[in-house]
Design a binder for this molecule. Structure first.
Ligand SMILES: [Zn+2]
Length: 282
């Protein structure tokens, strides 16, 4: 699954590395009984894990690095806690990103920057799977505050920790902390904390047009009009809500195209604000 848009001279392509199977309990405040269409037959809500390839003159930036080559079995305790019987086979299925990039004619060597919106395991998987940087010529850029919160404090065998520590050992990491940081010509990172303390969104601007890649700052489409829906892995749900509302207010009727990691179908969206806020597919 890939979807592309053109922003001035820049092309942005959404690519899915895989998908995750989320039990309803991960979305506090979302009434799945009122939205049974959201759940698959295994009782979970399926979300894609999107990465974004930004291509312009002299620019090849990959935003987020998927969950990596390995699929993760559905934890038995989580299935029990969520009342899922039988337990789904996997909580996350990965491994598609290299094939997606190859289909676009982009070898790993061509990627000059990998920008990580945040350091959760479903966004860092291809940074250094098996201990070796997958994109051999890329600098890997991330929000500094996520290191202590999500990597240094994780168990030694945590996949996000091992892939990020391998990248650190390879000397390819660059941590950023400023509110706004230029990543490449026309590509800037904007600190949008809440989901994680070091979360950044990415803005692409060219030819008077703009797009934002929001990472997990918005997690579910229904959050557009329901401030009571959060995500269990928001590090600070109140801060995440403030950041989300600021972003959505900024986007309303702005014409900006928005890419959101875990929205169904990977389609880019706009926010229209006539008669209440609505998503409209670009
Ligand atoms: Zn995520």
């Amino acid at each position: 699954m890939t979807t592309s848009i053109q922003i001035g001279t820049m092309k942005i392509t959404a690519l899915d590395d895989g998908e995750s199977h989320m039990p309803p309990m991960l979305y506090p405040g979302l009434d799945f009984d009122a939205h049974p269409e959201l759940l698959e037959s295994d009782g979970t809500y399926h979300i894609p894990g999107a990465c974004y390839l930004i291509q312009g003159e002299g620019v090849t930036v990959l935003v987020d690095a998927g969950s990596g080559p390995d699929s993760i079995p559905f934890p038995a305790e989580l299935a029990a806690a969520a009342g899922l019987a039988p337990a789904p086979e996997f909580i996350s299925v990965g491994g598609r990103l290299p094939g997606r990039l190859a289909a676009l004619g982009v070898p790993p060597e061509d990627v000059s920057t990998v920008f990580l919106t945040h350091l959760h395991g479903d966004h860092v998987g291809w940074v250094a799977p098996g201990g070796k940087p997958f994109f051999p010529n890329a600098e890997v850029v991330y929000g500094a505050a996520d290191w202590d919160a999500l990597i240094a404090s994780a168990p030694a065998e945590d996949p996000a920790r091992t892939t990020m520590e391998a990248a650190e050992a390879a000397g390819v990491l660059r941590a950023i902390e400023a509110p706004t940081v230029e990543i490449a010509p026309g590509v800037t990172a904007h600190h949008t904390p809440g989901h994680t303390p070091g979360h950044y969104a990415v803005r692409v601007a060219s030819g008077g047009q703009e797009a934002y890649l929001l990472g997990d700052a918005v997690h579910h489409p229904l959050q557009l009009n329901d401030t009571g829906i959060s995500f269990l892995f928001d590090a600070d749900a109140q801060h995440a809500l403030r950041t989300r509302e600021e972003l959505l207010a900024q986007f309303a009727d702005s014409g900006a195209a928005i890419g959101i990691s875990h929205f169904p179908g990977l389609a880019f969206q706009r926010v229209s604000a006539q008669d209440g806020r609505k998503w409209t597919e670009v």
